[in-house]
Design a protein. Structure first.
Length: 91
């Protein structure tokens, strides 16, 4: 079976329900959890979010492509890299 190619118009990012399971378990009184900031998109009633102190080390995220990425994918990777570098600082 060959994988289907997706056009950018047919791609819809999805949010896994796994991100809701952990905070909902905490809200139900089953303990505490460490979650990435990306899991905090939706507030869960009964859950208090507190940042870790000191600030934890950054996460390393890798992009995997089949060889050289096509121009749209390369542009997307450039945008991700620029975002990960943080805001530009005036000199």
């Amino acid at each position: 079976m060959r994988p289907r190619k997706m056009s950018l118009r047919s791609f819809w990012p999805t949010w896994s329900s796994a991100y809701m399971k952990v905070p909902c378990s905490v809200a139900a009184g089953h303990g505490v959890a460490l979650v990435p900031a990306s899991a905090l998109i939706v507030a869960v009633p009964g859950v208090v979010v507190r940042p870790l102190r000191p600030v934890p080390p950054p996460r390393r995220i890798w992009a995997v492509t089949p060889g050289e990425p096509a121009a749209p994918a390369a542009h997307f990777l450039d945008c991700l890299t620029a975002t990960a570098a943080g805001p530009a600082r005036a000199s």
